[in-house]
Design a protein around this ligand. Structure first.
Ligand SMILES: C[S@@+](CC[C@H](N)C(=O)[O-])C[C@H]1O[C@@H](n2cnc3c(N)ncnc32)[C@H](O)[C@@H]1O
Length: 439
């Protein structure tokens, strides 16, 4: 990205989006989509990239700012703190030349219309540049500011991944790679790799996941050869294990119980080259529209039902399922690289409620499974509380539930099921438990 040609408008839109996330608790995806909608594509991409870098490191940057201020900012000046963090992110995590970052951030300070903002931004950013080594050393002293991660999440990561904790925490500060899923029913991974290479797109076969290709850099999906024809989709390698583990057979009656936006729905159909009687259920009708778009592109069909999994009387026709994927709503901490606002917006107190919901959804889904049928419980959470703790407690008193071995490479065994550590071989963090209903 050419930083020199990027002026204050993308910076202003970045600040507007960051203010909505940090000061109002809005989702970054929504705020960025709104605030960059009217920018030319290149500037919108620049603005989004800066917002991601700022949010990814916000906890550290905010601590730096607060440590340098002579007196705390007044609540009504909170936007100045956001602006300072954005400026520091440019300097420390975005590659903007120092003088340009200071000049442009100070220029932007004029627009926030708070007395003293321009002087404060100038002075504080210049000081940060002078003292960058000392500041970094202070921030590296404790894990919260070293990894820009809230303490409750650090504890959860350490508990779940004691042997990989530093790597997982480090991964929370990094951008995610772009990974493709190849529709192996229609093209081999090698052939797809060659098609991409012909267009100058460098893609490496993922070492653990047979359908995955990792791109060397981000690309516009619409420009990727094979995307419009449905030969490839964008999906993290860890997420690709869902359909591979459940492995529905042609002719099976399947339920994708929390389907939207449909990444895994498409893969389930690819595994049986469309020969599934698949129902894609989601409580959110709007999001289900994205499943429809995905399947249209892939040229596969499923029945799409809007409904609450925990209230099957409203939507279920009474025919049991052979295979159920329950990709449960969760803290999404395993995909924190793609949604770094989780570091700021998710709260520890959300986790027990999520776990109770996950357990209720598991019960509801299980009751729809025929004897001999298989259910895959999946989350993109790093936390035991949403993963093996939910499944182990749920299994008690259910002798008809058999835990299937699922020793996929790259996973870490749990008491029940298997977890993938965030960042392992570039993957997102995931958890899978495959259960079979005994006759
Ligand atoms: C983790 S996302 C699913 C991602 C999807 N499987 C994919 O691969 O693209 C969880 C989904 O569960 C849906 N959901 C939440 N509660 C639900 C419920 N009670 N019944 C059905 N769907 C629900 C949400 O609307 C959300 O789309």
């Amino acid at each position: 990205m050419n930083l020199r040609q990027t002026g204050w408008i993308p910076r202003r839109q970045c600040l507007a989006a960051l203010s909505r996330v940090i000061l109002k608790g809005e989702s970054m995806t929504v705020a960025l989509a709104d605030e960059t909608r009217d920018l030319p594509a290149r500037e919108a991409a620049w603005s989004r990239a800066l917002a991601y870098a700022t949010v990814r490191w916000y906890i550290r940057l905010e601590a730096m700012v607060d440590g340098m201020l002579d007196r705390p900012l007044k609540p009504r000046d909170a936007v100045i703190r956001v602006l300072l963090c954005q400026g520091l992110a440019e300097v420390f995590h975005f590659g903007t030349p120092d003088h340009a970052a200071v000049r442009e951030t100070a220029e932007l300070a004029r627009t926030v219309q708070r007395p003293g903002a321009v002087g404060l931004v100038n002075a504080l950013l210049r000081r940060a540049l002078r003292e960058r080594e000392q500041l970094a050393a202070v921030m590296d002293r404790n894990a919260v500011t070293r990894y820009a991660c809230p303490s409750w999440l650090i504890r959860g990561i350490r508990d779940a991944f004691p042997d990989q904790q530093e790597a997982v925490l480090q991964a929370t500060t990094e951008p995610a790679p772009m990974t493709l899923r190849v529709n192996l029913a229609r093209i081999s991974r090698e052939q797809m790799g060659s098609r991409l290479a012909e267009q100058g797109v460098v893609a490496e076969p993922h070492p653990l996941v047979p359908s995955a290709l990792t791109l060397a850099g981000a690309a516009d999906v619409q420009d990727l050869p094979g995307f419009a024809e449905g030969l490839v989709s964008v999906q993290d390698a860890a997420a690709q294990w869902a359909a591979l583990l459940l492995a529905p057979k042609p002719g099976d009656r399947g339920l994708d119980a929390c389907a939207a936006p449909g990444g895994k729905t498409g893969h389930l159909l690819e595994c049986a080259d469309g020969e599934l009687d698949l129902i894609a259920l989601d409580i959110d009708g709007g999001r289900l529209g994205r499943v429809r778009d995905n399947l249209r592109r892939l040229d596969y069909r499923a029945r799409m039902w809007v409904g609450d999994l925990s209230d099957p009387e409203v939507w279920w026709d009474g025919e049991p399922f052979d295979a159920i994927l329950l990709d449960a709503p969760c803290s999404a901490t395993g995909v924190i690289r793609r949604h770094p606002d989780i570091k700021l917006l998710r709260r520890q107190r959300d986790i027990p409620d999520l776990a109770a919901r996950q357990s209720a959804l598991l019960t509801a889904a299980w009751d729809l499974l025929r004897p001999g049928g298989r259910l895959l419980y999946a989350t993109c959470s790093l936390l035991r509380a949403e993963n093996e703790t939910v499944v182990a407690a749920w299994l008690a008193g259910r002798p008809e539930a058999h835990v299937c071995p699922s020793d996929f490479p790259g996973g870490i065994d749990r008491d029940v099921g298997r977890a993938i550590a965030l960042g392992a071989r570039g993957m997102d963090g995931f958890y899978y438990a495959l259960l079979e209903r005994q006759a």
